[in-house]
Design a protein around this ligand. Structure first.
Ligand code: AMP
Ligand code: GLY
Length: 424
């Protein structure tokens, strides 16, 4: 069948590779894709949130399945757009409904969902501008640090961890006064959780689910987890500290109540639930956040470890028969190291020539922020490439990725040389 994949990042490059391997995929299109996805299918010049353009393309090219990578089209309601249009309602969209995407699109919604469904998470309260004074008083009663979250999508910048009451009160006022635009119309004030973070990915057909490989991503720009937050500078799957007993807790206390809660609340969810967890007190996992999609760069370590036919799995999601699917995971570990443009996550220059970005043995080069300038590959984003290696020994995978990361050249290249440092 013909499949349309939506998105253009490293995550979509990882999806493209997995989909193109499937015996069920005759032709893969990627809208809009990137220079890395070209080796797996045909890039088409349609924007990820241009639903009308996507509909036309799907009809003209006999597309039988749409796989959605990024959150923006999901939060904008691409699933419902297809469902509500008789011409395309029969084409499955792999991704949640607009209501389901609120798990990521609204922090207030996701916190209330967790409370309703008894899912362990940090204590919180939410406030609007009308409740400014109540919120300021509430902050006064909290212990430090205090976590503030803009309710809506804020390009990964909407979470602040404040070290003093004064800072928290000031930032709270800034948020409610439009620092993050309408994303901050509501602000969640949350208890700080200490521990180590990991990411769990659940493929759900709305009733049944499969747990994909666990990963840990490295969000800070600087080595030893210092400096500004980024989209993610590297990832490891599986992270050794996530034991079977922790995963049993996650399944019992988080995954099952999440899938059942969505079903009970009539929220259609046929896609990936990304559960960001904090392992508190050594063995007590609590939810930090949900996302309505696969992680990036977690996709670049999770997806290549899936040995089952990936499109077959997605077809089971569409048909609501995931209970009949077999999920086979490789016993090899995967490590990815992100090559970023110097300056990222703040200002950086684009358009530098890239050399040496070729798959090599067990190392896969996923493209994130690249483009072709004539015949030359150049940098085109903050996160440029993801260098993933698979090996039974994750330290060997790490070493191989680091070596290739060193070899690939572009001006102002930056990468963290300490991915996995806390797992050794
Ligand atoms: P979020 O967008 O909710 O995932 O938050 C971004 C990052 O902020 C998370 O990955 C955590 O590192 C941190 N964070 C968010 N909420 C909390 C919390 N309640 N306690 C500690 N750290 C948090
Ligand atoms: N790596 C974090 C995310 O995809 O949100």
């Amino acid at each position: 069948m013909n499949i349309l994949l939506i998105g253009s990042g490293g995550r979509e490059n990882a999806f493209a590779r997995q989909i193109a391997k499937s015996k069920l995929c005759s032709q893969l299109f990627i809208a809009p894709g990137n220079p890395g996805t070209i080796q797996y299918g045909e890039n088409v010049a349609v924007n990820a949130t241009d639903f009308e353009g996507i509909k036309q393309f799907v009809l003209e090219n006999d597309v039988k399945m749409v796989v959605v990578g990024p959150e923006a089209p999901l939060v904008k309601g691409i699933f419902d757009y297809f469902k509500n249009d008789v011409e395309i309602a029969h084409i499955p969209v792999i991704g949640p409904s607009q209501k389901g995407a609120l798990l990521e699109g609204s922090k207030a919604f996701s916190k209330a969902f967790m409370v309703r469904n008894n899912i362990p998470t940090a204590a919180y309260r939410e406030f609007t501008a009308d409740e400014m004074q109540t919120g300021l008083d509430y902050i006064q009663t909290q212990s430090l640090p205090i976590v503030l979250k803009a309710d809506g999508l804020a390009a990964g910048k909407g979470v602040l961890i404040c070290q003093s009451i004064e800072e928290a009160q000031q930032e709270f006022k800034n948020m409610l006064s439009g620092k993050f635009g309408s994303a901050g119309d509501k602000v969640v004030i949350e208890e700080f959780m200490s521990g180590i973070e990991f990411s769990v990915f659940v493929l759900s057909d709305g009733e049944n689910y499969k747990i994909l490989p666990v990963a840990k991503d490295y969000k800070r720009i600087g080595e030893k987890d210092t400096g500004l937050n980024t989209g993610g500078m590297g990832a490891v799957s599986p992270p050794s500290f996530v034991t079977e007993s922790i995963m049993q807790k996650v399944e019992r206390e988080v995954i099952i109540p999440t899938v059942k809660g969505l079903q009970k609340e009539n929220i259609s969810y046929k896609g990936i639930i990304y559960i960001g967890l904090m392992n508190t007190a050594g063995d007590t996992p609590k939810v930090v956040e949900y996302n309505c999609r696969m992680g990036d760069p977690e996709a670049q370590v999770v997806l290549p470890r899936i040995e089952s036919d990936f499109v077959e799995l997605l077809q089971h999601v569409a048909d609501e028969t995931l209970n009949q699917a077999e999920l086979k995971i490789s016993d090899e570990a995967a490590v990815t190291v992100i090559l970023a443009s110097g300056g990222y996550p703040e200002d950086f220059v684009k358009g530098y020539e890239i050399t040496g970005a070729k798959d090599n043995g067990d190392t896969i080069i996923y493209h994130a922020g690249t483009k072709m300038q004539g015949v030359q590959l150049v940098t085109n984003g903050g996160r440029v490439l993801a260098v993933t290696t698979l090996d039974k020994d994750w330290l060997k995978a790490l070493d191989a990725s680091n070596k290739i990361a060193e070899k690939i050249q572009f001006q102002d290249k930056y990468y963290r040389r300490d991915i996995g440092f806390d797992l050794i």
